[in-house]
Design a protein around this ligand. Structure first.
Ligand SMILES: Nc1ncnc2c1ncn2[C@@H]1O[C@H](COP(=O)(O)OP(=O)(O)O)[C@@H](O)[C@H]1O
Ligand SMILES: Cc1ncsc1CCOP(=O)(O)O
Length: 251
């Protein structure tokens, strides 16, 4: 059970992330027993990498100073054999993001890449219309493309949507279900990326942990959606349900 593993391990998660979702990610990580630390300055990367168990690189509000720190932090984590997760938020919206992500993929080995289907298309250099940073119309095979990208970068690719796909290029899991309410709040995908990072830090069988995490997340979100009318309540109850679930597996 992935949440139990996270609870037991209590990993310290270094999040280099966007300012829209940082608070939500920190609360979501705390809810499952992980310890978040948000740190960005280049000069502190060496110290932070020593005390953390895994690193999340989320480019949602990327800027110059963060680019340099992310590459350095990723390389430090690689040299210390600590998992690194990439969330290429909105990669398709600008040439700058595309070039940065492709440079990052040359310089850092990722344990997992978490993205939506439009971001997957951009990673695979397939033409696809996104809707801002959200997934747009998808007219390519998501599972096949995810498998190709996983093989190309020797990583696990987790693609979220109405159906989630998790693949290491050889194994493929499909996870249907969940609730559309997840698309009505900001940060649902980014929080999932932070939880993926905690799962990578907490398990030896990373592939299956990521599959279970995606199943749990859809289940928890469905419970929260059934409890609430409004999206403000839904966002709060998603955190409640994460904590209930993580505690339930302890008892
Ligand atoms: N149409 C949908 N129905 C049910 N769940 C969805 C739907 N679209 C996305 N999700 C879920 O919402 C969460 C965030 O995914 P998504 O919206 O694709 O991420 P992002 O915020 O990166 O675009 C995932 O758990 C995913 O399974
Ligand atoms: C709105 C926005 N703009 C840049 S990052 C961000 C948050 C995106 O979070 P998510 O993709 O998880 O909804």
């Amino acid at each position: 059970m992935v949440l139990k593993e996270i609870r037991n391990q209590k990993p310290i998660i270094h999040c280099m992330t966007n300012y829209v979702v940082a608070n939500f990610q920190a609360n979501g990580l705390l809810a499952v027993g992980a310890s978040p630390i948000m740190a960005e300055h280049f000069e502190e990367m060496a110290d932070v990498s020593k005390i953390t168990d895994a690193l999340l690189l989320n480019i949602g509000t990327i800027r110059d100073s963060l680019c340099h720190s992310m590459i350095f932090a990723g390389q430090l984590a690689n040299s210390l054999n600590k998992p690194v997760v990439l969330d290429p938020v909105g990669i398709g919206v600008s040439t700058f993001r595309q070039e940065f992500i492709h440079a990052l993929l040359q310089k850092v080995q990722f344990t997992a890449i978490r993205c939506n289907a439009s971001e997957l298309a951009s990673l695979a250099q397939i033409d696809c219309v996104s809707h801002g940073i959200d997934a747009g119309v998808i007219d390519f095979s998501v599972p096949k493309t995810a498998m190709d990208v996983a093989l190309k970068y020797n990583t696990i690719v987790c693609v979220s949507g109405e159906t989630d796909y998790i693949t290491n290029g050889y194994l493929l899991s499909e996870i249907p279900g969940g609730t559309k309410k997840l698309t009505e709040i900001t940060g649902a995908g980014c929080l999932l990326g932070a939880l993926c990072t905690a799962a990578c830090a907490s398990s030896k069988d990373v592939f299956h942990s990521l599959v279970h995490l995606h199943e749990e997340y859809k289940n928890i979100a469905t419970i929260a959606a059934n409890n609430c009318e409004g999206i403000g309540d839904f966002q709060a109850d998603l955190l409640n349900q994460l904590k209930y679930k993580a505690n339930e597996v302890l008892s």
